[in-house]
Design a protein. Structure first.
Length: 145
């Protein structure tokens, strides 16, 4: 028992990260176009949260070893609300006929966000806006239209 609020270190870490993550709320861009909505979400994530995520991943090596979990396990436990927003953006695009819903898989839906996270972790700085647009225009949209 870590203390009366968190019976395990795992719960303490997840709660602490969740609280910091909550300080970077995402708003639904809902521009009427998938390209602009996706770029809007990526730009929001590209701010301070990417730096936080990069720093936290490096600091959590001992946590992952001790709990026998991975960064993906931690992400899955923290992403529910953000994932709902991402799904909402893509579902609206399907309903508007902007994309082919049969081409959407969870992996393809996650792809632009995974690429943003990867670059933030590798570069330890926010991604330039032109890189975000390149991901959306040359990788993501061609896969789903």
């Amino acid at each position: 028992v870590v203390n009366r609020h968190w019976p395990t270190k795992d719960l303490l870490v997840r709660d602490a990260i969740g609280r910091v993550s909550d300080s970077f709320p995402l708003t639904d861009p809902d521009t009427g176009a998938l390209r602009e909505d996706t770029i809007g979400l990526l730009e929001q994530l590209n701010g301070a949260f990417t730096m936080f995520a990069a720093a936290m991943t490096a600091q959590l090596a001992a946590y992952f070893e001790e709990t026998e979990t991975t960064p993906a396990d931690l992400r899955a436990s923290l992403i529910d609300e953000r994932w709902t927003l991402i799904e909402s953006v893509t579902q609206r695009a399907v309903e508007r006929g902007q994309i082919d819903g049969t081409k959407l898989t969870p992996r393809i839906t996650r792809l632009p966000y995974d690429l943003l996270r990867h670059q933030a972790l590798m570069d330890m700085k926010p991604m330039p806006s032109q890189d975000i647009q390149e991901i959306v225009d040359t990788i993501y949209l061609p896969l789903i239209t």
